[in-house]
Design a binder for this molecule. Structure first.
Ligand SMILES: [Zn+2]
Length: 150
């Protein structure tokens, strides 16, 4: 297994609409108006981490008529298409990262904020050997933070 197999190399996220359309059609998703509207909102603000609820709120504010269930489905479809990366902070909180390249995260618990750990800030040194008959798909690290009390 190589570093690339583990996702240990950075890849550029597709940001151009044409590239997004290509990615969608490659996984059998038609670039519907609704999907492209959500793409617009998702990727217009650079790298960020959103929940389905956050995106639903933004879409509603932007006058896009879409249900929370559709937002959920779309986020999962985009994740399968490689446009987003899903990050489960805990069983009740799932974020979608508009930067699907390999990186780890800090999670500030009292703010519910997920922020990127800079790639220069190395974290995982040695990759553990997986059990027999298993291979490592990816390593996700979430470092949980709280403000220090003084
Ligand atoms: Zn991130």
């Amino acid at each position: 297994m190589t570093r690339a197999d583990l996702g240990l190399t950075a890849t550029q996220a597709p940001r151009a609409p044409v590239e997004v359309q290509k990615r969608l059609s490659r996984v059998g998703l038609r670039p519907t108006r609704q999907r492209m509207a959500l793409v617009e909102i998702l990727f217009a603000k650079g790298d960020r981490h959103v929940t389905a609820e956050m995106l639903y709120e933004e879409a509603t504010r932007a006058q896009i008529r879409v249900s929370l269930a559709t937002v959920y489905n779309t986020l999962h479809q985009f994740t399968n298409a490689g446009l987003l990366r899903q990050i489960a902070v805990d069983s009740s909180k799932t974020y979608f990262d508009t930067n699907p390249s390999f990186h780890h995260h800090f999670f500030i618990e009292d703010k519910n904020a997920l922020i990127d750990i800079p790639p220069t800030n190395a974290l995982v040194g040695a990759v553990p050997a997986p059990p027999e008959d298993y291979e490592i798909i990816r390593i996700d690290v979430i470092v949980r933070l709280r403000k220090m009390r003084r």
